[in-house]
Write a protein that binds this ligand. Sequence first.
Ligand code: ADP
Ligand code: MG
Length: 699
Amino acid sequence: MTESRQTRAPVGPTTPLQYVKGVGPHRAKLLERKGLVTVGDALFHLPMRHEDRTRFTPLRAIRPGETVTCSGVVTGISPPPPGRRRQPLVILLRDESGYAAATVWGRPWIARAVQRGQRMIVHGRGARYQDKVTLQVQEWETVDAADDEPIHAGALVPVYSSTEGLPQQALRSLLWRLVEAHAHEIEETLPDAVRSRRRLLPLADAVRGAHFPTSEGARAAAMRRLAFDDFLLLQLGLAILRSRTTRQRGVSMRPRGELIARLRASLPFSLTAAQERVWQDIRRDMAAPYPMHRLLQGDVGSGKTVVAALAVCAAVEAGYQAAVMAPTEILAEQHLATFRRLLEPLGIGVTLLTSGLKGRERAARRAAIAAGEIGCVIGTHALVQEPVAFKRLGLAVVDEQHRFGVHQRARLKGKGERPDMLVMTATPIPRTLALTLYGDLDVSVLDELPPGRKPVRTEARTESRRRQIYDFLRAQIADGRQVYVVYPLVEESELIDLKAATDMAHRLQHDVFPDLTVGLLHGRLSSEDKDAIMRSFKAGAIQVLVATTVIEVGIDVPNASVMLIEHAERFGLSQLHQLRGRVGRGPWKSYCILLTSGRLGEEAQRRVEAMAATHDGFKIAEVDLQLRGPGEFFGTRQSGLPEFRVADLLRDAAILEEARLEAQTIIAEDAELRHTVHRGLRQALLTRWRGKLDLASVG
Ligand code: ADP
Ligand code: MG
């Protein structure tokens, strides 16, 4: 494989597709729309799936609800009447078993692309339409008796995502030709040692097998190799980032410990064993002469804030400043109150810096920060976005990490001379994901809740029980408790959602609880208003707090005992878990009521069931991951990490572990991939990470 580099063919993987025989400028444009510009791009445009075309479902055997692939001759085509978008195109098909109607919704142009007498392969779902069983077509193609017919039938046939003007068969033929002519030119990226140790196919064979496998086994072997590459390139990049951090000199903070002891003595509780252990991890990292890069994972209510306060205290005692970054203003304000309560008695100055702050006040705070007069600065994105200068930033704490991406983390770090970094997240994630998303961090886990916490009783209810629910809220409030009523708010329908929440607050105040105080909290309020409402709620002056998801993370009001979630079916699982975590923080029995609008979809049903079944954030996260898939789950785009071609974090967890081990071995030997055997890897890495990983130049 490596030898072929010298004798590159005139058309190779970097050749624009336009110059490939049979493509031409028109097709090239269509291909470009799919992001395929070069031969190499096309070779890695892998099929969505494969279809076993040695066996088709007989037309007579189509059943509603079942997904099938059938092959038949077109005997009739009836397009929807012009202008009638609500009707499908109906294609009548015949095979040895009989006739069936295939319906195509929303793509009337297909009527022009097929002809009577042609053989058609259709893939879709059985359904009832006008009292007959029909096949609702998802994918289709016509089969011409062309020379290359064997690649379209009688085998495991690749199915690509195609577009209008670029039919399935044309795309498949093109890929067949490209794979035949150019797959062998793909340069191997893995060193031989790794390939043989991990029993992986050569890359060129894997690409061939991923398109046109000779058997299921061959396909699996091909996918394994490609998934391995996905994981390896991710893990290598993360390992490089991490090895750079550990090779850097950072600040070594060795406080005498007197302030820390005073802070600990002032707490009304003793630390849990988990908090104690995690605090020792952090303390050790802070004392070490390289930058800390630690992720603190802890379920809601596990007591992360106190641990962060200890770290801040240690930094200040060692003569440095600390920054604490929160994802919302409400949370920043709450942290301000908590950190003031904990740290000001020790003489540590705590201040807030948000984007809401204006004019002289802001200038004054900035000046105090620059002069080093303030030990602890709390803020939102404003902390990273604005030109805030610290005199001596030694520690950066990022709370509720999932809201921030890799880049924001990096910018906060840039505010100091390689400060220590503590990232806290309340969305616990399974190990495989932690390795992936946070592979550049060390991980500590708070796997224990403070003593005396009772599980929050969780119940799903429908609209018909609203009256009883209100009676229950009233009884709780009569006992001295407070309640949350939460409304969903999504960007697309923000104004409507906001109105619903506002109307509800109004109704609750005037019709349901006229003798109580109902507050309304949402993201559009000014920060003073938000602050005022949170203060009154904390002080007990508001009994019912109607809120949008702004209270999802971090809010800590131990006296609140009921979380009523309206339209619970519209929330994601981890959101529901976070919301539930707002109650059950005091000694009282607490409740989470999931109010749904009756009939639920399958996924919503599973979310509600998972909530009732467990309180363990790690288990919830796993179900969430299964329901949403990894891409959605951790928002890859936002995270700034390279995307996978084929790897699936759930299905391929074992491959991920293997790739991670190899990545560590490789980086331990050759931290910047300078060796000749790593040339291919180095190139692949640079391409995948698209400039986000500037490797030191060779030599
Ligand atoms: P989270 O991890 O969700 O951020 P917090 O830091 O807000 O949790 O802590 C939740 C509540 O538990 C707070 O009211 C906090 O004062 C309390 N708490 C924290 N640690 C302990 C402990 N060791 N014992 C008892 N209560 C604790
Ligand atoms: Mg918190």
